[in-house]
Design a protein around this ligand. Structure first.
Ligand code: SF4
Length: 482
């Protein structure tokens, strides 16, 4: 039996579908939700009586219950080798309405593939479908201390003023044809680059698909960022950034820095603007800070909205005028927002610049959200935000590029380049792992909790220390270039 998720993978990339078919990878959601969303939706609609389908149900099970209920949750249907599961279905006079859940507060893009396949499959089985609704999260809803499912959701059959079912019907997705190709599919011998190879980071099968790229030079043309044509250039035997075909170049500042670094033997520095940027950091103490947070689909605590974040940890180093480096950390559990704010106000030096990596899109935003949730600390928190300087700026504006970055602008990569420290030595070595570990704390014994908290401290501290290392590296490069 196939599921719509198989079709989605198959349409993205045939090799991806075959590789992942038997991998058994457990999906870990980026958004946290401790509540049962369907139970909340049932409360939203005041549904108390319903049929509930379970895994591997036959179609007959639905048919045997269709006259007994108005509402059906997760009924299963199959056609040929395809099995579908409708989140929620309502029977009305002459047919059914389908309800799908949209995990967001703004409907950005319809999952037309899922809706069209579900609609066509049900109609092939002679069920009349009258309408399609989406249930999504109400971004205006604020938890006042008691979660109110009536206000948590919005239900609509419209998207951009058009009925969703009309939009779906117009789609030319044909699941019979897709299933036919899927049934005949064999793993393609040669991998071809597609947009999913590097969509959200590197595809986990990238090195299996393109083994020759493991030994690419640091200044390979394939490291060129924001380039539509790098694969085309690579296939045309352009190996290095320095040999770029300028007619195929978008020509942004980072690309310029990358090409110049390749031409200069590895490093490009736009000296004057970088020196000017560093002059913002002359005052002491300088603070280096990194936050960790989790994002909740359903707001679990007072004053939180759907999709809000909860900061659970920070690590801080600060360099005083005598060159001493002090270290502080905070890591909390449960609703630790207030403790986080108090520790932040307590540990941060009262003056001087604060460096973070991608500060504007991360730490500054988090502080602003905390200021909105806790009015009593708003003034102090906003004053902290005024002191932030983003360490990402010199890299993002093409003031410096080292070919050892290999087109990777993460703090981890920079730490790798400019120091002997490595995240690989830590039990938690990336931000998502930190979030999943933090989520697991509630179910652990106190000894194991301490171990996780300690691992979290080490990970976040290396991020904060990494900021210091990168700053020091930039200062040393400026001294060398004098
Ligand atoms: S690396 Fe690209 S070609 Fe290979 S499986 Fe992933 S998406 Fe498909």
């Amino acid at each position: 039996m196939y599921h719509i998720s198989d079709i989605k993978k198959f349409l993205k990339c045939e090799r991806l579908y075959h590789f992942s078919k038997d991998s058994g990878t457990i999906f870990k959601p980026y958004l946290r939700s401790d509540e049962n969303i369907m139970e909340l939706i049932l409360k939203y609609f005041d549904i108390t009586e319903y049929f509930e389908g379970i895994r591997n149900d036959s179609d007959e099970k639905f048919e045997n219950n269709v006259d007994k209920y108005e509402w059906f949750i997760h009924p299963r249907f199959s056609y040929d080798d395809l099995r579908i599961n409708i989140p929620l279905m309502r029977k009305n006079e002459d047919g059914f309405d389908l309800f799908f859940i949209y995990y967001g507060i703004v409907i950005k893009e319809l999952d037309t593939l899922t809706y069209k396949i579900s609609l066509d499959l049900l109609e092939k089985k002679d069920y009349k479908i009258n309408d399609i609704y989406l249930v999504y999260f109400n971004g205006e809803y604020i938890n006042d201390g008691v979660l109110d499912p009536k206000k948590l959701f919005i239900c609509t059959n419209l998207n951009k003023d058009k009925r969703i079912i009309d939009v779906v019907r117009k789609s030319n997705i044909n699941f019979i044809k897709i299933m036919d190709s899927l049934n005949k599919s064999e793993i393609p011998k040669d991998a071809k680059k597609n947009k999913y190879c590097r969509l959200n980071g590197l595809c986990e099968y990238y090195h299996d698909c393109f083994p020759s790229e493991e030994s690419l030079p640091d200044d390979s043309i394939l490291t060129l960022v924001s380039s539509q044509n790098k694969n085309k250039m690579y296939e045309a035997d352009i190996e290095y950034l320095k040999d770029v075909d300028t007619s195929l170049l978008e020509g942004n500042r980072i690309q310029y820095a990358q090409i110049m670094a390749s031409k200069n033997g590895g490093l490009f520095i736009d000296e004057y603007p970088l020196r000017k940027w560093l002059s913002n950091l002359d005052e002491r103490p300088i603070s280096f800070i990194d936050f960790e947070w989790d994002r909740y689909l359903v707001p679990p605590y007072k004053n939180m909205k759907p999709m809000d974040v909860l900061c659970f940890e920070f690590a801080l180093y600060y360099l005083d005028k005598n060159g001493n480096l002090e270290h502080r950390t905070f890591v909390g559990t449960g609703d630790c927002r207030k403790e986080f704010i108090m520790a932040l106000l307590d540990y941060l030096p009262s003056s001087g610049p604060i460096l973070a990596y991608n500060a504007i899109g991360a730490e500054c935003l988090r502080i602003q959200e905390l200021a909105e949730m806790f009015d009593e600390y708003a003034e102090q928190l906003n004053a902290i935000n005024d002191r932030f300087i983003d360490l990402f700026t010199p890299f993002n504006e093409g003031l410096i590029y080292d070919i050892r970055m290999q087109g990777d602008f993460t703090l981890k990569k920079l730490v790798d380049i400019c120091s002997k420290y490595s995240y690989a030595d830590l039990n938690i070595d990336d931000g998502l792992k930190a979030v999943f570990e933090w989520r697991s704390i509630d179910n652990k014994s106190s000894d194991n909790q301490d171990e996780v908290l300690n691992n979290l401290r080490q990970y976040c501290s290396l991020d904060a220390y990494g900021l210091f290392l990168v700053y020091k590296w930039l200062v040393e490069l400026m001294i060398e270039s004098k």
